[in-house]
Structure formats: structure tokens, C-alpha cells
Design a protein around this ligand. Structure first.
Ligand SMILES: Cc1ncc(COP(=O)(O)O)c(C=O)c1O
Length: 464
């Protein structure tokens, strides 16, 4: 969230109130328009308050057309009813809401099974507000494990420069050095050998991403583990891997079943995912799982009262809504493996087709094709000089499409791309409409004398 501050200048402008709710309402309660930056002095009727808030929100984008976000923007009405029924339940009150606690436990068990935990009853896990919190917890476990064998150095975490900002946060908040493998040439994510070269006795772990936020590609987790096996043989250092499966941990198990990226690899100590991304639940729910109790040091676990006994918990916050966890259980139950496979395959089909259709326009070069995460990144072809990806993003916005353009990190800061995230609810038909709009824009874009420029801060500050 932005760190909000007050208005730059004293601003006493009140909200503007539709006369229907103000002076033209004979039974109205509105003596004065409410201020924007102070609590109003007097209450107002629920219908007036509703209308004021509702009207302001009209200017938000349409979430279904938001191709920037990985986060679920459509759920079935039945899921919405369940969420409404549970929005008053606090997830931490395990004793008061034992059935909600049980559904959370079942979700962890289902994920342990899905991710091939060698002994699902030994795996431990918890729900979180999203992958960011899950990554903080996983990073803390890695750091604590390292501190037990610490020889006095400063801890470091090795990962690709393409990691999501939550890992930079983790390193900053928990005072861990971030050792980042840069991008090189046409390689836009971590290289196992380059990662191993950054490891030493103070490396708390290596993060592998399934898949990368920048372009939707899967990082080679199995090769990373193999490289770390060889490193252990040479040096004796046993460095665990955490898989950030924010999106891919809910895609690969259904449409890439043979890909070994999870607890099948003995070096993988922990995995996170965002239930609210390809887990198909409205925001905010995530999951963090550890292979076994050894991977999650016992002293990090707190206990809350549960049916007269105590229940172990691992979380950054205390209170949290139960609705999303219930909705996750609903989705697991409702879809099962076959249902998830159908949904993720449909998204992948939309992504791969749209990527090929965009490539066929001739003006663009694909970096990825949507055949790993249903996500692809593309840039302008080398001979396109009249416009750039920022112009495309801006012009598509005029048609309601939110397609982000951003610059890549070191060593490919020269590369700017557009990225399309295909999610359930972004149908083949919607993809065709996007393509038609893009086609219609091209003649005008080609007629530009040069790219129209952009706000440099915005172009590089894209992190999700
Ligand atoms: C790879 C990766 N990790 C972590 C996150 C953070 O996830 P969340 O938004 O659930 O906190 C994201 C978000 O896009 C991501 O793509």
C-alpha cells in the first residue's frame, strides 16, 4: 500500500453531494456536505453514505479487464454467498469457529498431497493473507534454521533479480542480504549455476519462482536443486530451496503434472502459493507449507486456545477474515483436480492463442508464449520505431483494457515489455476483442513520428 499522508495543502473542499440527497430531499439529514479529510461532525443516512462511496468508486477500472493482475476477479455466486456468510468470522478464533479452523486444516492437507509431500501427515502449513506473508514466514524459517548453524556472518538469500518485491521486503525487514542473479541476454530468470556461485556458508536458502512475475516463465527448480546437490558434495554446505509458487503452484500440478518442482525434490523445504491467484479465490488468501517439522523451527510457532487445548499457529498478523479460507475450501471441493485442470488449461489456451495472434500482427516480438503460466510478455519488434510499449499500454487503456508496460531489471534495463495475465473469466471471446482493439490501434500508432514518452517513475515501478 502507498504510505499515505495528508493533503499537500490544507484542503477544506467538501464532498459534492447530489441535491437528491441534500437540499432536494425534504426528509434529508444532510445539513452540510461532508469534508474529505476529516471525520464529518454528524452522521448521515446509510443510503446517502452508500451513494457517495459508490459514486466515487465508479472511476476505478473494471477488474475483469485488468490484465495486469494475477488476482482472481471472478467467482461463482455460491462462493460469494459463502464469503458473505463468513465475513464476520475471525480466522484466529479457532476455539469459537472450530469448523472454519477444520476447513483450513483440510486445505493444508490437500495442498501437501497435491505438492507431493513425502509424508503428508508430517507436512505443516498455514493460511496467510497472500503470498507476501507466506514468503515472509518461509524466509523467517530459513533464517532461523541458518542461525542455528551460524558461524557469525551476515545471512544472505540467493534469488533471481526477477523476484517479486515481497522478497526485497523480506530481506529489508529481516536484515538479510539479497543476492540477486541478474538477467542475461535472452535469459529472464534465475540460472542455477549463477545462483550457486553466489552461495556460501551464510546463505539461508535459494528461492526458485514458479513462475516469474515478469514474464510468466517457470524457473528451473529441479536443475537448481541438482546444482545445489553438486555444491553440497563439493563444499559440505546443505542449502535449502524455497519455491515461490505464488501463481504456478496452482497451475503446474494440473497442467504440467510431470514437471518435478515441488516436495518430490528432497531439497525443497517449503512452498508458498496465493490462493487468490490461480487458487481461484478473491483476495486475500495465501498458503505456506513446509516439508516437515524440521523445516519449520518449533520456536517460531505460537499457540492459541482451541477446544480446551492449544493449536499451533504461524502468522504475522493476528485477526484475519475467515471468508477467504472458506472460499478456498469451496473451490477445492467444487472443482477437484479435474475442475482445476479444465480451468487452468482453458486459461493457458487463451494465453497461447492470444500470444500467437499478437505475434502474427508483425509489430511485436514475444518473450514468452503463455505456455507455462497463462501469462506472456512481449515487446515491439526491432524495426518498430514510431511507438513503444508505453504508447500501446496507454492507447489500450482508452478501450478499457489494463495492460501494463514496464522496464526489466538488471542487466536488461534496455528492455521494456507489455504483459498479459490470462485468468479464469478472461475468455477466448474477450481475448478476441482485445486483439481487435489492438489491431484497430496499430495504423494510428504506426503514423506517430516517434514514441510519445512516458513517466519514467511509473514505467519502472511495476511490481506485481
Ligand atoms: C512470484 C510472486 N511471489 C509473490 C507475490 C506476492 O503475492 P501476494 O500478492 O499474494 O502477496 C507475487 C505477486 O504477484 C508473485 O508473482
Amino acid at each position: 500500500m502507498p504510505l499515505h499522508k495528508g493533503p499537500d495543502r490544507p484542503d477544506d473542499r467538501p464532498l459534492s453531494v447530489n441535491p437528491f440527497y441534500g437540499e432536494a430531499n425534504p426528509v434529508g439529514d444532510m445539513a452540510e456536505a461532508p469534508p474529505q479529510h476529516r471525520l464529518p461532525n454528524r452522521p448521515m443516512s446509510p443510503s446517502t453514505a452508500y451513494q457517495l462511496v459508490h459514486d466515487e468508486l465508479m472511476l476505478d477500472g473494471n477488474s475483469r479487464l485488468n490484465l495486469a493482475t494475477f488476482v482472481t476477479t471472478w467467482m461463482e455466486p455460491q462462493a460469494q454467498v459463502l464469503m458473505a456468510e463468513c465475513r464476520d468470522k475471525n480466522m484466529i478464533d479457532k476455539d469459537e469457529y472450530p469448523r472454519t479452523a477444520e476447513l483450513e486444516r483440510r486445505c493444508v492437507a490437500m495442498l501437501a498431497d497435491l505438492w507431493h509431500a513425502p509424508d503428508p501427515s508430517a507436512a505443516v502449513g498455514c493460511s496467510t493473507t497472500g503470498s507476501s506473508e507466506a514468503c515472509m514466514l518461509a524466509g523467517m524459517a530459513l533464517k532461523r534454521r541458518w542461525s542455528k548453524r551460524n558461524t557469525g556472518g551476515r545471512p544472505n538469500l540467493v534469488m533471481g533479480v526477477n523476484v517479486q518485491v515481497c522478497w526485497e521486503k523480506f530481506c529489508n525487514f529481516w536484515e538479510v542480504e539479497a543476492r540477486l542473479v541478474p538477467m542475461e541476454g535472452e535469459r529472464y530468470h534465475l540460472d542455477p549455476q549463477a545462483a550457486v556461485e553466489l552461495c556460501d556458508e551464510n546463505t539461508i536458502g535459494v528461492v526458485g519462482i514458479l513462475g516469474s512475475t515478469f514474464d510468466g516463465s517457470y524457473e528451473p527448480v529441479a536443475d537448481l536443486c541438482a546444482a545445489l546437490d553438486a555444491f553440497q558434495e563439493r563444499t559440505g554446505l546443505d542449502i535449502p530451496v524455497h519455491v515461490d509458487g505464488a501463481s504456478g503452484a496452482m497451475v503446474a500440478p494440473f497442467v504440467d503434472e510431470d514437471l518435478a518442482w515441488d516436495f518430490r525434490l528432497p531439497r525443497v523445504a517449503s512452498i508458498n502459493t496465493s490462493g487468490h491467484k490461480y487458487g481461484l479465490v478473491y483476495p486475500g488468501v495465501g498458503w505456506a507449507l513446509w516439508r516437515d517439522r524440521e523445516a519449520l523451527p518449533e520456536e517460531l510457532v505460537f499457540r492459541v486456545n482451541y477446544l480446551g487445548g492449544d493449536m499451533p499457529t504461524f502468522a504475522l498478523n493476528f485477526s484475519r477474515p475467515g471468508a477467504q479460507v472458506v472460499a478456498q475450501y469451496y473451490s477445492f471441493l467444487r472443482l477437484g483436480r479435474e475442475g482445476y485442470r479444465a480451468v487452468q488449461q482453458a486459461s493457458r489456451d487463451v494465453a497461447t492463442r492470444l500470444a500467437s495472434d499478437i505475434e502474427a500482427l508483425g509489430d511485436f516480438r514475444l518473450l514468452t508464449r503463455g505456455d507455462q503460466l497463462p501469462v506472456f510478455a512481449f515487446t515491439t519488434a526491432p524495426d518498430v520505431k514510431a511507438y513503444d510499449v508505453f504508447d500501446v499500454s496507454r492507447r489500450l487503456r482508452e478501450h478499457g483494457w489494463l495492460v501494463p508496460a514496464y522496464t526489466f531489471p538488471p542487466n536488461r534495463e534496455d528492455l521494456s515489455v507489455l504483459r498479459v495475465v490470462c485468468r479464469n473469466g478472461f475468455s477466448e471471446d474477450l481475448a478476441t476483442l482485445l486483439l481487435e482493439d489492438l489491431k484497430r490501434l496499430l495504423p494510428e500508432l504506426r503514423r506517430q513520428s516517434h514514441p510519445l514518452g512516458r513517466d519514467a517513475g511509473q514505467a519502472t515501478a511495476f511490481h506485481h
